[in-house]
Design a binder for this molecule. Structure first.
Ligand code: 8YV
Length: 328
């Protein structure tokens, strides 16, 4: 008799190829409606599942974890960030947490670069002008943006995505500066001709463009608060493709509307899917609906990573992308 297949509950719709494979390998329960699960629905899934496949939209807090049945062994996150999961509580309860790093690095860096291009060069504004029928002809002083070449890009968080952004930005002539918990390996720093700033305040005050590429943790919550945003040069831009919580969104909206900085490109927000209404309609912002990793290829590779993590785990081995809580 074949052994019982693990019950895998998937909280959101995943690409067809991924769902098909999950069904072949496991007793998979899919979410055909793609409706986001409420806290109660998540807890109910925790009561029945052996393994839960979660995404950034699932708030897996201590209350949900407390209702997990004895059989629940693993949370396999479809995504790199795990700030939606109380990893520490899960780990203490003996639940293994995994994620999908690496496969979305280039896609997210591409969107970061797109924002770095779009905001200073006013691409969104230009596109909107045409849509509104306001293009009356070329003029020498019209739609002037700011040149990228020669400007200073300050990357906050020099992990995989930060480095991928730096590689792209160098091709556009930007000078690379970064702040990180510690400097990256010498050969990486030299390869990127990157300058490490130990003081985030100092870096922020000297950059033309700031890019947020660090995870959201208790230590990075509102890292860019009103005071730090206030240190930015009046002609500087900020882009964020990491997590909305790293910037104080209300403070940013205020500073932008008072024209105290030149613009912002945001793919993530503090209270998604809500977007601070003061940001909407501002000329000097480009707002995207959290689509940094949204490519067909990337989402399939994320699904494949989820499957490898689950299969390795259920075969009795340590899954390759186990998330270790930072404070234990
Ligand atoms: C994913 C992301 O789309 O992986 C991440 O951390 O932010 C995204 O780009 C999302 O997490 C899917 O769960």
């Amino acid at each position: 008799m074949s052994p019982k297949r693990p019950k895998v509950i998937v909280t959101r719709r995943l690409p067809d190829a991924v769902e098909l494979r999950l069904k072949e390998l496991f007793d998979a329960e899919l979410n055909a409606t793609d409706q986001q699960m409420s806290e109660d629905e998540l807890a109910a899934a925790f009561e029945r599942a052996d393994i839960l496949v979660s995404t950034v939209t699932d708030q897996i807090n201590g209350r949900v974890i407390a209702r997990a049945g004895e059989q629940l062994q693993m949370i396999a996150q479809f995504g790199a960030g795990t700030d939606n999961i109380d990893v520490q509580t899960a780990t203490q309860r003996g639940i293994t947490v995994t994620n999908t790093p690496g496969v979305l690095t280039d896609d997210t860096a591409d969107v970061t670069m797109a924002l770095i291009l779009s905001v200073p060069r006013r691409l969104n504004e230009g596109s909107r002008l045409i849509a509104d029928g306001k293009f009356d002809g070329w003029a020498p002083t019209w739609m002037m943006g700011r040149r990228l070449g020669g400007k200073r890009l300050g990357i906050i968080g020099m992990g995989r995505i930060g480095q991928a952004v730096a590689r792209r930005a160098r091709a556009f002539g930007l000078q690379i500066h970064y702040h990180n918990r510690k400097p990256v390996a010498r050969h990486i720093e030299e390869g990127l001709e990157a300058t490490y700033w130990d003081s985030l305040d100092q870096m922020v005050a000297h950059m033309d463009i700031i890019s947020i590429n660090c995870p959201h943790t208790p230590a990075t919550f509102h890292l860019m608060n009103a005071r730090r945003l206030g240190l930015m040069k009046p002609d500087a831009f900020i882009v964020n493709t990491a997590r909305g919580e790293v910037i104080d969104e209300a403070a940013l909206a205020r500073i932008l509307s008072e024209n105290k900085i030149a613009g912002a490109g945001l793919d993530v927000f503090e209270r998604e899917p809500a977007v601070n209404s003061d940001l909407i309609g501002l000329e000097n912002v480009v707002l995207l609906p959290h689509m940094g990793s949204a490519t067909l290829e990337g989402r399939i590779e994320m699904g494949e990573k989820v499957i490898i993590n689950i299969k390795t785990f259920t075969d009795g081995h340590r899954p390759p992308d186990r998330v270790i809580p930072s404070i234990l």
